[in-house]
Write a new protein. Structure first.
Length: 303
């Protein structure tokens, strides 16, 4: 078997080795420096479609077992008539950090097709938006302690617990403001209490549409499409479109929940008012930096 032989001490000059190592180190440092500058200059996951990102987004946390491709296609058809483009994020994308980065992408219409749950034991009964991240006690310890994230459970506890972001998270951890976006919370409890819609308004949203209680997914899909047709194609106001959707599809047949909007004073906005406002300058999103490294127990939401 051949053996590797160490180089003779006589081979080459001893003083040359530090020079070569130093040169290599300098080149590596330069490459890393350039790469770091490029990384900072490019926002992660920001869609690239030319001069501006798509105006409409579907955040489809329910798009796994409860996928509805026809819903997505119909949204594209409706908004496409107005020359708008649509992005969609599936369950694999909907994490705690995603909710932090979402406003930095500059969308004007945000469809949150996500589970939501309410904390009945906390004052004001705040509502949280579910992620697709499985809950564990080690995750986001600082956020759990400060009430930024909570445990999200299904209404009948048939599904595993996930992390949910709270209204406080929307207010304090959003990487940017929403710059006049219209936000439609398609899941349960979107307008059950004031805290969640007000958090979006405080971070620059123009209005929030949602349900005042439990709602079935097929029903909210139909109602949302009805709303969009009236709002985008019919060019009616937010208030008129919500009323038209409720007239067409009615309250939820199982839970009697109704769709509404917040705040009342912004019900006169049209979709043109929202889309045609000056486009914001996008920032480089900064994701959550907290690393799960401790054991904490958070609040539990039911939805």
């Amino acid at each position: 078997m051949a053996r590797l032989k160490p180089k003779s001490k006589k081979t080459g000059s001893a003083h040359k080795r530090p020079i070569r190592v130093g040169q290599i180190a300098g080149i590596l440092a330069l490459i890393l420096g350039v790469a770091f500058v490029v990384y900072l200059a490019i926002p992660p996951q920001v869609p690239s479609t030319g001069s501006a990102p798509p105006e409409v987004v579907i955040v489809d946390e329910l798009g796994g077992e409860l996928a509805n491709p026809q819903f997505t296609q119909t949204v594209r058809d409706i908004t496409g008539e107005g020359g708008l483009s649509v992005d969609r994020y599936g369950p694999q994308d909907v994490t705690v950090s995603f909710y932090s980065l979402l406003p930095a992408y500059g969308y004007r219409l945000i469809l949150l097709r996500v589970h939501a749950g309410v904390d009945q034991q906390m004052e004001g009964h705040p509502v949280g938006l579910y992620t697709a991240e499985s809950y564990n006690e080690l995750g986001y310890p600082q956020e759990q302690l400060s009430g930024l994230v909570a445990i999200g459970r299904s209404y009948n506890r048939s599904q595993e617990a996930v992390f949910a972001v709270t209204p406080k998270f929307i207010t304090e951890k959003s990487a940017a403001d929403y710059h006049g976006a219209l936000i439609i919370i398609m899941g349960c409890y979107g307008l059950f209490s004031r805290d969640l819609p007000q958090a979006f308004i405080d971070r620059g949203a123009s209005a929030v549409v949602g349900w005042n209680g439990l709602v079935g997914l097929p029903h909210t899909d139909m109602a949302t499409l009805s709303l969009l047709r009236d709002l985008v194609t019919g060019r009616h106001t937010v208030s008129e479109s919500v009323k038209a959707a409720m007239k067409e599809v009615g309250p939820d047949p199982d839970y009697n929940s109704i769709m509404g909007y917040y705040p009342r004073e912004n019900g006169g906005l049209t979709f043109s008012d929202i889309v045609e406002s000056p486009f914001p300058e996008l920032i480089v999103p900064t994701p959550l930096l907290d690393v799960p490294n401790d054991v904490r127990k958070g609040k539990s939401l039911k939805g």
